[in-house]
Design a protein. Structure first.
Length: 369
């Protein structure tokens, strides 16, 4: 079993929680009085960082929504008020796609960008990658953060990172063959598109020694039928990853694949709340995933409402990690967030995945939501 930081990933639960509260208290101390957005939120709630002493105290902190972050951005253009430092401290700019509204800009310091790399180190090592792998990233580098961070993760595990931008799909396939690519990071949709191009052009995918696909950027790799289809056409193992530009790369699938993804709990604290009452739900019951990042001092998010409905499992995984793992519940969007409609994304994708042309259209449509 491959680990990124084995001593931390396998540490006893009590020690892990002590590490989390230590990091949380340190972050609160650093941002209070410097980060206008969170200083105002804490003051409005009547909370001083020194009063947060245990993880049980976390529930006293106010929740954060994406709409608040977007408003904070517009309140202090161009960087926004959720910036702990002066502009000169930041070295990276990225932004969300804006498919659900105003694009959200995010900033990183050299320290928090290194943190992104460590988070992706967990993603890549969790999928079994090592310094002996050749990782292909077929991505043209725009402001989307996901695969920029994958490059940093490859550096952390010392894998050979092969950029695939500036080429069409068939050229990428030939490059993968020539260089003996063993792993690839891309969206699930693009993995299927590459396979489609190979079929149309008579390219034999077995000429590429690919054994691992790591997916991000859209739903799909956590949908059993989609995962099975990707693994079938590539004859390789498919791994899911979850993250967001404003949060970080927070979850990864291990080699055991226990029907869920591990939270990198050394870098994040997760809660599962009833989206209506905002009360914690018992383990094993579905609720909204709430995330606090611990290593992004310059652009923190505290108790962030992800909008995803999940079921949490704190049983130790067969991979040996003590990190909590979770699986998506059936409803991925719900009225508390969109106030429009509910759609069973997993069931839709499961139903249409065996039919390639229909699947491609439905996946494209769902990614516009």
């Amino acid at each position: 079993m491959i680990f990124f930081e084995q001593s931390i990933e396998t540490m006893p639960r009590k020690a892990l929680e002590e590490l989390q509260i230590e990091k949380l208290r340190s972050m609160l101390k650093q941002i209070y009085g410097r980060n206008r957005f969170y200083t105002d939120k804490l003051d409005a709630a009547g909370i001083h960082p020194e009063s947060i002493k245990t993880l049980d105290d976390l529930k006293r902190l106010p929740l954060t929504s994406k709409s608040e972050l977007v408003q904070a951005q517009s309140d202090a253009l161009p960087l926004g008020s959720n910036a702990t430092f002066e502009e000169s401290a930041y070295s990276r700019f990225h932004q969300t796609s804006g498919t659900t509204g105003t694009p959200l800009r995010v900033l990183d310091t050299p320290e928090s960008w290194d943190w992104w790399g460590r988070c992706w180190g967990h993603v890549l090592a969790g999928a079994g990658l090592t310094e002996n792998d050749r990782l292909f990233v077929p991505f043209s580098f725009g402001p989307f953060i996901g695969f920029w961070a994958a490059v940093e993760g490859a550096r952390k595990i010392n894998a050979l990172m092969i950029p695939g931008g500036g080429r069409d799909s068939l050229q990428r396939l030939h490059l993968m063959k020539e260089l003996g690519v063993t792993a690839m990071c891309c969206t699930p949709t693009y993995a299927l598109r590459l396979a489609e191009v190979a079929r149309e052009s008579g390219f034999d995918l077995s000429q590429i020694p690919l054994r691992t696909l790591i997916h991000a950027g859209e739903p799909g790799a956590n949908v059993p039928a989609t995962k099975a289809r990707i693994e079938s056409v590539w004859n390789a193992k498919c791994f899911d990853h979850a993250g967001a530009s404003e949060i970080g790369a927070h979850s990864f699938e291990c080699e055991v694949q226990p029907n869920g993804t591990h939270v990198t709990e050394s870098e994040f604290i997760v809660e599962v709340l009833n989206p209506e009452t905002q009360e914690a739900v018992p383990e094993g019951e579905q609720g909204e995933l709430i995330i606090t990042n611990l290593g992004r001092i310059g652009y923190p998010v505290i108790r962030y409402r992800s909008g995803d409905l999940v079921v949490l499992n704190q049983q130790k995984c067969a991979c040996g990690r003590s990190f909590t793992w979770w699986l998506y519940a059936e409803l991925m969007f719900f009225p508390a967030r969109l106030k429009i409609w509910c759609v069973n994304v997993r069931r839709w994708k499961n139903s249409v995945s065996p039919f390639p042309l229909i699947a491609k259209w439905v996946i494209w449509q769902l990614n516009l939501i």
